[in-house]
Design a protein around this ligand. Structure first.
Ligand SMILES: Nc1nc2c(ncn2[C@@H]2O[C@H](COP(=O)(O)OP(=O)(O)OP(=O)(O)O)[C@@H](O)[C@H]2O)c(=O)[nH]1
Length: 501
């Protein structure tokens, strides 16, 4: 189960990792695209202002050098008209005296009662001695009503005192048109911002955009924090859209541009592709998980069935062993039972016939056992038989073929392959003596203890002759009978005289 879970989770983890990587790649690419866009916008703005400013430098030099006599002014007006005609971004070129009164402009008509002393750029130059260009906040043209960006320079008298202002006005539309031509998607945005926080223009354009104060916006704060070039994800203060913003300061003028691509648009394709293949991978993981789960269930079932079969087999084997024991063993004494004895006798007899060896048999009978039962009870009789059985088993199982058995009742037998009668008698005597030495009390016998009588016979079977095993038993039985009638507690051999106790 853990393996299946690891496989499924690995599939999902790998897919998640891939998707995350491709998202990072996508954002990185868009970062580069936004940065390039900002660079192009900054270049365009820089060029636009540079051209207007170059004209201003010429105007200032001319006025300071030639003065403002009517003839010079007439010539200046023609030159200004020519310059405006050359540069499409320019709305007009103007020269004002130290009081803000009109001196010359690029138009052929002379505006009446026009004084610009209160305009921001005029106040700036009057109060600042710097000779560099000044870009003012956008103003609405009094003559055309169009929004214009004023670019101006200070004109000085020969002694360095304030003599007036040279002004070039640039159409805000000029930038708007350029920005409209950029491919920034449906939710992209671009902006041109004065470094004092004044919005010059923006796409998407709307009423109130131009001149808006940007000081409190996140865009302006990011620009201030990161320096002339930077990138940031910013939620727009204008329309609430989160965008990847790349901003860049103009090389020569105190403005910066910002190119912003919508985060949702950047990631739209990535989302589409990720949803498709993540869905596919999820489905695959589910299929793998389901198949794995079924396999595991089957394994479990198989294992359980095998365990049950093993248990059943073990139980059967145990039962077989028990049955075998029951079939071959005597329940009371633990010796071989009569059935096993008969089988062994037949087989050993045949072997002796084949190998022409001698087979011996000892028949043993407990003396006066009826009386023992009568005196001590049947349970004590059983116990006595068990003790005698253990003693015989110990003495009569030294060789592999020897077999001690309960022949029936209190009668026991020991089968001894490859043994002559003398050796069998010796063993019988050892058994008799060992049982006597147990000193099991028996009030019914002559010497007061449990004793045995044994009859021994041995023969070498003639090859091919049937019915001989019975003769061995009969002869041993006969010898036993002789031992009993000889006074008990003794061993008799069928071919030899009883061995006295
Ligand atoms: N307790 C007990 N007694 C048994 C068992 N098998 C046989 N007997 C008893 O053994 C006795 C055998 O008696 P008998 O055959 O008359 O011979 P005996 O009393 O041993 O006398 P002799 O053989 O002549 O010495 C019987 O009383 C049987 O009931 C047994 O498994 N347990």
């Amino acid at each position: 189960m853990a393996f299946v879970a690891v496989v499924c989770l690995s599939l999902l983890a790998i897919d998640f990792w891939n998707s995350w990587q491709s998202r990072s790649d996508q954002l990185q690419q868009m970062n580069v695209a936004a940065s390039n866009l900002a660079r192009a916008m900054a270049q365009q703005a820089d060029d636009t202002f540079k051209k207007a400013d170059t004209v201003l430098v010429g105007m200032v030099e001319r006025v300071e050098h030639d003065g403002t006599d009517p003839a010079d002014v007439a010539r200046l007006r023609r030159v200004l008209a020519l310059r405006v005609a050359e540069l499409p971004q320019l709305d007009g070129l103007h020269v004002y005296d130290k009081d803000g009164n009109w001196v010359a402009n690029s138009r052929l008509t002379r505006p009446e009662n026009l004084n610009n002393a209160q305009r921001e750029y005029f106040v700036f130059h009057r109060t600042h001695e710097t000779r560099g260009p000044h870009i003012g906040i956008p103003v609405k043209s009094r003559t055309t009503g169009r929004l214009l960006i004023p670019v101006s320079r200070r004109i000085n008298h020969a002694d360095g005192s304030f003599a007036g202002v040279a002004l070039a006005t640039i159409h805000v539309d000029f930038f708007s048109k350029f920005y409209d031509s950029l491919d920034i998607g449906d939710a992209g945005a671009v902006a041109l911002v004065l470094e004092d926080g004044t919005m010059m223009t923006r796409r998407p354009y709307g009423p109130g955009v131009v001149g808006r104060n940007m000081l409190e916006t996140e865009l302006f704060r990011s620009y201030t924090a990161q320096g002339p070039v930077g990138t940031a994800f910013i939620k727009s203060a204008q329309d609430g859209v989160t965008r990847l913003n790349s901003f860049r300061r103009l090389d020569n003028y105190p403005l910066f541009v910002s190119a912003a691509l919508s985060k949702d648009e950047i990631l739209a394709t990535w989302w589409r592709e990720t949803l498709w293949h993540s869905g596919g991978v999820l489905l695959l993981a589910l299929i793998v998980g389901f198949i794995g789960w079924r396999l595991v269930r089957q394994f479990q079932l198989q294992t359980r069935t095998e365990a049950e079969l093993r248990q059943a087999r073990d139980a059967l084997e145990t039962l077989n062993k028990t049955l075998n024991t029951l079939a071959m063993e005597d329940g009371l004494t633990g010796l071989a039972n009569r059935r096993q004895f008969d089988v062994a006798l037949d087989s050993e007899y045949s072997r002796a016939a084949r190998t022409a060896s001698t087979l011996a048999l000892i028949m043993i009978d407990v003396d006066c056992f009826k009386q023992y039962n009568d005196i001590y009870g049947h349970a004590a009789g059983d116990e006595c038989l068990q003790t005698i059985g253990r003693t015989i088993a110990r003495l009569a199982s030294r060789r592999p073929g020897d077999l001690a058995a309960r022949y029936g009742g209190e009668e026991l037998a020991v089968l001894l392959p490859n043994t002559d009668v003398a050796s069998a008698v010796m063993l019988a005597e050892r058994i008799r003596s060992a049982v006597r030495d147990l000193k099991i009390e028996h009030a019914g016998t002559a010497d007061g203890f449990v004793t045995l009588s044994a009859g021994v016979d041995a023969l070498t079977p003639a090859a091919g002759k049937a019915g001989q095993p019975k003769e061995l038993i009969r002869a041993a039985d006969k010898a036993l009978y002789a031992a009993k009638s000889g006074g008990r507690n003794r061993v008799c051999a069928s071919t030899v005289q009883p061995v006295p106790a």
